[in-house]
Design a protein. Sequence first.
Length: 382
Amino acid sequence: MLNIADTLYDWCRAARPFALATIVDVHGSAPLPVGTALAVDTDGNAVGSISGGCVEGAVYELCQQVLADRGAPARARFGYSDDDAFAVGLTCGGELDVLVQHVDPADQPHLTTALEAVTQGRPTALAQIIDGPEDLLGRTLSLLGDGSAYDGTLGSPGEDRAVAAQARALLRAGRTSRIEVGGDADTCPERLSVLVHTHAPRPRMLIFGAVDFAGALSQAGHFLGYRVTVCDARPVFATSTRFPHADDVVVDWPHRYLEHTEVDARTAVCVLTHDAKFDIPLLRLALDLPVGYVGAMGSRRTHDHRLKALREAGVLEDRLAHLHSPIGLDLGAHTSEETAISITAEIIAHTHRGTGLPLTRGTGPIHPPAPGAPPSATRTAA
């Protein structure tokens, strides 16, 4: 639905009900992906597309019917018809599953806030129930910014927390995806299929230092869904040939590049050079920026010297507390690949407030309560 967020936001602000048709599943070849939507308001105005034109008329009529009935959501499947080339269908040979629901902005006020965030370019996730009990179909839950809190409800606190946890991960990766939750009598009694719509660029991983470890780390970061940049002041080392998994390879002084590039609360800064002439001005700047993670490679002796130099450069203790150095978790890593896993494991643990300890040493729920959830809430793995 976020493909038509601008118009939906205008309709929500005007408290104008509308019918929303969303692609919830695709089989074979289809022109548009899951999550794409078409909407029709009470005046018959239509916006969006779900097939590039070949089934729009039928979907428009279904939307008008749902608007008129103000009843339960309707489902439809559209596919190519061999018997009648002019029948409603997809000439590309694929099939679309479409959910059409009546939306009254007054019933879901958080939807207006979420759509506004999308129109302003802010990271946003909207979770929409697309399969489950009829009275829950179409309900939504939204996460804004870093996803630390959520708004709306899908039916029960347990379901909300389970969906929010997975939606938060999808938001970080900037991926729209269908997830399954529930079926647990203790926390999520209803089995639900939920489509999580996300609006967010991929989070950034900035790797400073075109060293061997950077090659493995750029590959691991790419695998986790980061937009990876490798930066080094030495052109002979900073080449796309050496770092094929990086989205960008930049030749520049690290602190100068960081000063002018875009970062946010999801950005991970990994300093691998362990060379003071690069590290100190870079870390001094990085620790003053609103990034999610700052880590620096080096021995414990290097770390002690680095802290002394940063203090002399005017970095305050409360900022130094945000520095992960030596970088990574203690996994006993030796190779570049093992070290990359150690670093990304620490980033994941820091991002999701994990302990980094073996699960066998813990008790209680595997996943702690989500930030923003009620204090008494607990979650099980969904």
